[in-house]
Design a protein around this ligand. Structure first.
Ligand SMILES: NC(=O)c1ccc[n+]([C@@H]2O[C@H](COP(=O)([O-])OP(=O)(O)OC[C@H]3O[C@@H](n4cnc5c(N)ncnc54)[C@H](O)[C@@H]3O)[C@@H](O)[C@H]2O)c1
Length: 277
């Protein structure tokens, strides 16, 4: 029997890509699941499919950018299963373009989903996890963009770096309390998913980037392989989850430029596509 058997996991952005990979892995481990997404048809179809396979799963259509909907997600999980053991703040969207050309509405969408969504998850669920008085874990999906900055991806980079900072802060605060609640921040490189469907191209420069990102995501790590790494990290209570290693030289040179107080120079991180799988 898996050590996860019977535990309750809440997963946002569950209907596609990385979220779906986490769902499939968790179902295989016998976890009871609360799946959440804004895409109601895909979410309900996935939930029905899991139930058909004998998994305990519940669907909750919710927009993570709306604090009231995330509170509703928590209340549903508690009403159905009596508590929560694992929270995956995973939902996210993409926006490319020159930072000055991205509209206010596009900036707000990115800040709302990618950053406020994680804040809402923490504000709604962490008090519950603390009050339960038993081990629990929060996984926030950031990105390698949370650790290195790239041109033409400002809203994505800004929100993901904020999610890394928020996760570190949460980790320190829970440690100060001696809480049984752990935190991990997931910073993957390319993983096969539908995230580029959420991108709104604003000009020629980012049309090229969109194509480049699209092809590296299509050829990226499988969500199933990623989920296995994530659950292993949760088991080990490991904060940093860095499934791809190819970007570490870029991270090293960023850190060195800060320490040396030299101007940053952008280097395109190169992936060995075979090593990433
Ligand atoms: N795919 C990659 O290469 C990659 C790399 C690093 C980080 N990430 C991050 O992984 C997470 C999952 O993305 P993915 O790549 O699996 O993309 P995806 O588009 O396949 O899945 C994202 C899911 O989130 C849902 N979603 C979007 N807005 C939402 C909202 N407001 N509320 C609730 N759900 C919402 C979508 O409907 C979709 O089902 C994101 O945070 C993304 O930034 C992805």
């Amino acid at each position: 029997m898996s050590s996860e058997q019977g535990r309750v996991a809440v997963i946002t952005g569950a209907a596609s890509g990385i979220g779906r990979g986490l769902v499939e892995y968790a179902a295989g481990q016998g976890l009871r699941l609360v799946l959440s997404d804004v895409d109601a048809p895909r979410l309900r179809a996935l939930c029905a499919e899991l139930q058909g396979r004998g998994a305990e799963a519940l669907a909750c259509v919710a927009d993570v950018a709306d604090p009231a909907q995330v509170e509703g997600l928590r209340d549903l999980a508690v009403a159905r299963y009596g508590g929560v053991d694992l929270l995956f703040n995973n939902a996210g969207v993409m926006q490319t373009g020159h930072c000055w050309e991205i509209s206010t509405a596009q900036w707000q969408r990115m800040l709302g989903v990618n950053l406020q969504g994680v804040i809402n998850g923490i504000r709604s669920f962490v008090p519950l996890l603390l009050a339960q008085g038993r081990p629990a874990h929060v996984v926030n999906t950031a990105s390698l963009a949370g650790l290195v900055s790239s041109p033409l991806m400002a809203p994505y980079t800004v929100t993901k770096q904020a999610v890394v900072a928020l996760s570190e802060t949460l980790h320190y605060e829970l440690a100060m309390l001696g809480a049984q609640v752990g935190v991990s921040v997931l910073c993957p490189g390319p993983v096969t998913s539908a995230i580029m469907d959420s991108n709104c191209i604003t000009g020629a420069a980012d049309a090229q980037l969109d194509a480049l990102l699209g092809s590296s995501i299509r050829e990226g790590m499988s969500p199933q392989a990623l989920a296995e790494l994530v659950f292993a990290a949760v088991e080990e209570k490991r904060f940093w989850i860095l499934p791809h290693k190819f970007f570490k030289p870029a991270l090293q040179s960023r850190l060195q430029s800060i320490l040396d107080e030299t101007n940053p120079i952008f280097q395109m991180a190169q992936e060995d596509s075979h090593a990433a799988r």
